[in-house]
Design a protein around this ligand. Structure first.
Ligand code: IPM
Ligand code: MG
Length: 387
């Protein structure tokens, strides 16, 4: 028993050390990169697994179409990054192979298709999720997920903390004995301050009047309690914005309360609650296949589809029928993030026309509907009709 406890202490000690070092890095972090001051903005494109390469390729075509003159001028460079596949990750036993990580770090922004996260019972070794690893390695702390359903009066923007909470130490839990297992969750002052400021700054810039913090601070008192306290502190810097706070359980219920839900505007959540609530929220908009997601850090930013890699579609030979809307929305968010607002608006408008108002093509995921390539063509034709 003594030696089990000594082992456990040692493991916990290492986690504490890592997190203390991380806090020092956060304290010394530079400010946000300014894209307009770069000679060339490098956009990395990572296909991922399963249906990923096929839908990501279509989003890349659209980016190349919209940015054609910028690419010709050398202002934008699009760089395809291979090797972030589950086969390759399993082979080298890493969430992100070293050479892939090096290439990612040479980009300014990244468009990423879904990557398979191994789970128990899969044929893959139990490596960490490539998403989680990329967010951690590139310090992409703000996971921004907008959900809009105008006809229901829904216009929400979620700010999910991406680099701490129950997630970052998720692959570092351990089994003390056959019967006892531990996971860890960490919250830091610097980590909460930066996500809270991002959310309040967004609210201020976009004329939003309310920011809602979601935790379970009544039960998970230490870490969630700290998260909530720091959000309250930061909110004092934004006196014109009202902050309220809810617990995650009742919040999941209130999103289906038709009267209440239209009052919410901007949310701040720790990692795990943000993961759960954004899937629920996306469902009102037509499912996770329709939502895009931005992962923003001070140096890098990554834009991704919020759905999985759907290996079954590939096994059944249906990859070309996968819905590319989520990754195309992610591409629109990428454009706006690097300052190409006009192109981002055109793409968002075209997406709305093609998926809501005009809907000349439908995607069913099978040969009864359009392929992702046909859909991308439809988007580009629609952009051409916009003035
Ligand atoms: C998401 C996904 C990922 C997450 C998985 C694939 C690790 O569900 O982006 O929300 O939980 O963050
Ligand atoms: Mg999720």
């Amino acid at each position: 028993m003594e030696s089990l406890i000594t082992d456990a202490k040692e493991k916990f000690g290492k986690l504490i050390q890592q997190q203390l070092e991380r806090v020092e890095r956060m304290k010394n972090q530079e400010d946000f990169i300014q894209y307009d001051q770069l000679d060339t903005i490098v956009i990395g494109v990572v296909g991922g697994d399963g249906i990923g390469p096929s839908i990501t390729h279509q989003a890349q075509r659209i980016l190349e179409f919209l940015l054609q003159s910028e690419i010709e001028k050398g202002k934008i460079k699009i760089k395809e990054i291979q090797g972030c596949t589950i086969e390759n990750r399993a082979k080298v036993g890493k969430a992100i192979p070293d050479d892939v990580l090096e290439e990612l770090k040479q980009c300014h922004v990244i468009l990423k298709g879904p990557t398979t996260t191994p789970r128990q019972g899969d044929p893959w070794p139990n490596i960490e999720s490539a998403n989680v690893a990329m967010r951690k390695e590139l310090d992409l702390f703000a996971n921004v997920r907008p959900v809009k359903v105008p006809e229901l009066g829904i216009d929400w923007t979620f700010f999910r903390e991406n680099t701490e909470g129950a997630y970052v130490l998720g692959s570092q839990g351990f089994h003390v004995t056959e019967d006892v297992a531990f996971d860890f969750k960490v919250i830091t002052t610097q980590g909460v301050e930066r996500i809270a400021r991002s959310a309040f700054d967004f609210a201020r810039k976009n004329g939003k009047k309310k920011v809602t913090v979601v935790t379970k601070a009544n039960v998970v008192k230490t870490t969630d309690g700290k998260f909530l306290d720091i959000c309250k502190e930061i909110s004092k810097e934004y006196p014109e914005i009202e902050m309220d706070d809810w617990y995650i359980d009742i919040m999941t219920a209130k999103l289906i309360d038709e009267k209440r839900r239209t009052q919410f505007q901007v949310f701040i959540l720790p990692n795990l609650y943000g993961d759960i609530l954004t899937d629920e929220a996306a469902e009102f908009q037509g499912g996770v296949g329709t939502a895009g997601s931005a992962n923003i850090g001070k140096q890098y930013a990554m834009f991704e589809a919020i759905h999985g890699s759907a290996p079954r579609m590939v096994e059944e030979g249906r990859a070309q029928y996968a819905d590319p809307c989520s990754i195309i929305r992610a591409a629109a968010m990428l454009l706006s993030h690097i300052g190409y607002i006009k192109e981002a608006d055109q793409l968002t408008q075209a997406l709305d026309i093609c998926t809501i108002t005009e809907k000349k093509l439908t995607i069913t995921g099978r040969d009864t509907g359009a392929t992702s390539g046909e859909f991308a063509d439809y988007i580009m034709e629609t952009i051409q009709t916009l003035s």
